[in-house]
Write a protein that binds this ligand. Sequence first.
Ligand code: HEM
Length: 517
Amino acid sequence: MPLSLDALRFTPSATGTALGAFAGLAAYLVATAVYRVFFGPLAHVPGPWYAKATDAWLIPHTICMRQVRAIDELIKRYGSVVCIGPNKVIFIDPATNKIVYGGRFPKDKYYLSLRMSGKDHAMTTLDPTQHVLRRRAFAPHYSLANLASFQNEMHDYTLQLVNRLSEDGGSTAFDCLTMFRHLLVDVISLTVFDMKADAVGKWAREEPDYLSTAINDWPKRSLMKDAMPPWLWTIVCHIPHARLHQFVDSDRFINKFVADRVQTVQEQIKGGHLEEQERNTLVVRMLQYKMPTGHTLAEGDIMAELQAHTMAGTDTTATTLSYLCYALSKHPLIVRTLQAELDDAMDDARRIPDMSVLHALPYLNAVISEGLRLYSAAPAPLPRVVPVRCDELEIHGVKIPTGTVVATQAWTLHKQEHVFPNPDAFEPERWLHESDDMKSNFIPFGMGPRVCGGQTLAMSMLRMTLAAVFRNFDVVAPMHTNDKSMDICEAFVIFPAGLKADLMFMPRAQQDVSSRA
Ligand code: HEM
């Protein structure tokens, strides 16, 4: 039937109905907002009226990747308990941290957006009791003793990277995010899957490494897919462009990588070939883990857990290393003190000491703590829900009812002037005399039973890599790597505004010679 233009014209009665519906909706929204601001369960909590009325005020800050800063400003204006949404409260109080992150409060459903292929893993398991079962499956893998059994290879990968930088002789600016991501891909492929990925080797030979690329692509792909209507995403997936295909297929690539590894290990278990192994990778542990019921975990759950660890461990650690190298490029005196300690601990610049030796170096550890304080890879609110059994939570005399989403954020905790004087300055010395106050306000890895599962691995890699790099090189930032390009953007995890961290690694001996000439 031909479409007449008249059919598209609004009749006076249709216009009236539409206006009426619009006015009704507006009245409903206004009434809801007024109720929330003056009579809602959080009406008594300090905070701006617009945050009590609607979550929408945070959307532009989230889109601009500046959510933690917007929340930080509210805390500065309203104090250490502040309402940031109709059902959300942020607090800055170490005593409340112990209650909220002590293990009784379930995680908020916000975490469900981090599921892997629709499946839960430890980080997204909201219920504390269920989470304990998940956590038991992987916790032994990250013990220092187990990680030490992979140490020789970790040293080899790190030295491979150092050798490549040495060959370059400081003439090229390397993107640290890419470089350290390749290192972490090698370490995680080995410890999780018992697989030699040769990612650093490929990086050194300037060959593509599809796994490292997919790990980098996946979070961006998820964000993009979620932001688009399905029809637009379908069109994007069909655009004939090789790199774009690689990008949209990153989830499939990682799924297949993990599925292949799981299958190989399952065959090894069936064939009885695992008894000969002296150490256990995470995939073996997960496949052999028995729930209290005696059942093993479902294959889909194992896959999700392994994918989560691959993703959670790589860019967080690589970003921290990149920011630490950038901070050190701006502080030559700090580098001298660090190098003096490393020179004493490492007679041979190309031999990385045992984990226990690095663990005991005070200045190296102070530098890392300062890096984690200022450049926490996950500085955003870690939301939990006030449980029914808790009755009410009280923070500094403010009662927070059951069902409220409560959270603290490392971004603000780590920059409190009274705990960390001169908070924006990079001053490792402050950690040489760590006070109880500093300890209880420092949560780069979260806290309590849901503290970062891979913290020991992350700390070991931070120590190992910094020791090897700064024993051998001074780091110099080229003109285009500056505070503007390294400005922190945040989408739960952080990344630099310039999307890269180009730095030059000048061999120390060579630099000493040139500065004497
Ligand atoms: C510098 C590097 C890292 C930082 C700053 C970091 C930070 C965090 C934070 C803040 C959490 C807690 C999230 C919450 O409470 O909601 C977390 C959880 C987690 N992280 Fe990390 N992480 C790092 C490296 C790693 C590594 C290397 C791995 C593993 C290979 C890893 C695996 C995990 C897992 C599995 C969880 C969930 C733990 C649970 O809920 O039981 N992370 N991480």
